[in-house]
Design a protein around this ligand. Structure first.
Ligand SMILES: Cc1ncc(COP(=O)(O)O)c(C=O)c1O
Length: 345
């Protein structure tokens, strides 16, 4: 039996033989006691790639974002984020639970943040109000279907924050996808932000790990937050070695995932009962809408599962297909055949 074609997430990839070899043979030390040389090398190269003074290795993208929130804010503060951002939608209430923060959200499903709306949402310096302590954006935008937000929007929103001396954080879990899709280097995107997170365990193909990067004093505060979250690991070089290989060799390959996602959207658009638009596929995520009366996304996902296709519903009538290094054109052929069977073509 054929293994299922897994379109649920780009986090499902298996490490390549070369990655397993790099992990097994990595030079390691106790990162908490003496430092781990492989972690240090990764932090230095990630900081350089992101154009920031320092970077900190953490186990997950969620922790990378939460370290940033903890390092920039104090309990009782407010953060300003896009309504369907990962930080407020998929981090299980961590800003409030971990740091005593409340979130003000702006914008809609497409991931956009409007600079005028942001300006109007910043709290005045008034004893009755929380302090707006951080403005946070996301690139690429997960909920908006891997969308690459335009540079002008990023410049405008972060410019408003800067006018008020409010720090800015970029959830760059999939920033490498934006770099490849736009042809614009990471440093040009991150120059607008004080801090940025980046995941190695998504399209880049490592099994574990993320970094959060920013100025040295932010990283010093972030180290304390990471310690409190239990994210300071010992011989973590075995994991960092995989992340290093992902950063060194995984970025350019993302273009293949993007082409596959566009192709998938174009072909599913032709299936009666589904609606998709390849022109809205910027990177490795394709959002496909179920338009057949009487069917919803969860029902279609279950039915596709019976034909060897794994996919997540994201919304009542929306399916999120994510491409990655474990998928190729044959998986898209299989998906299209399954979709035709499920929708009765
Ligand atoms: C935009 C974004 N930020 C952060 C994360 C969190 O990453 P992790 O699952 O490693 O905690 C994700 C995960 O999908 C994401 O899509």
């Amino acid at each position: 039996m054929h293994a299922p074609s897994d379109f649920r997430s780009d986090t499902v990839t298996q490490p390549s033989p070369a990655m397993r070899e790099a992990m097994a043979t990595a030079l390691v030390g106790d990162d908490v006691l003496d430092g781990d040389p492989t972690v240090r090398r990764l932090e230095e190269s990630a900081a350089a790639w992101l154009g920031k003074e320092r970077a900190l290795y953490v186990p997950s993208g969620t922790m990378a974002n939460q370290v940033a929130l903890g390092a920039w804010t104090r309990a009782g503060d407010e953060i300003l984020v896009q309504r369907f951002s990962h930080v407020t939608t998929f981090e299980a209430g961590a800003p409030g639970y971990l740091h005593g923060l409340q979130s003000m959200t702006v914008g809609g499903v497409e991931g956009d943040m409007d600079a005028d709306e942001v300006r109007a949402s910043l709290r005045p310096d008034f004893i009755h109000c929380p302090k707006t302590a951080l403005v946070c954006m996301e690139q690429t935008h997960n909920y908006a279907g891997g969308r690459v937000l335009p540079m002008e929007q990023i410049a405008a929103v972060t410019g408003v924050a800067r006018e008020r001396d409010i720090p800015t954080h970029l959830d760059g879990a999939r920033l490498a996808n934006a770099v490849v899709a736009s042809g614009t280097p990471a440093t040009a995107w991150t120059a607008h932000f004080d801090s940025v997170s980046l995941c190695f365990s998504k399209g880049l193909g490592a099994p574990v790990g993320s970094v959060v990067a920013g100025p040295a004093d932010f990283i010093e505060r972030g180290m304390l937050v990471r310690k409190r979250l239990g994210g300071w690991m010992r011989q973590a070089g075995h994991l960092a070695a995989a992340a290093q290989l992902a950063l060194d060799t995984g970025v350019e390959r993302l273009g293949q995932d993007h082409a596959l996602a566009k192709d998938l959207a174009a072909r599913l658009a032709a299936v009666d009962g589904l609606q998709a638009d390849p022109d809205t596929v910027d990177t490795n995520i394709a959002m496909v809408h179920v338009t057949r009366a009487g069917l919803d996304a969860a029902t279609v996902a279950t039915a596709l599962g019976e034909h060897g296709i794994q996919v997540f519903p994201m919304g009542e009538f929306r399916l999120r297909f994510v491409t990655h290094l474990g998928l190729g054109p044959a998986d898209v052929d299989r998906l299209v055949a399954a979709a035709n069977l499920v929708l009765g073509a």
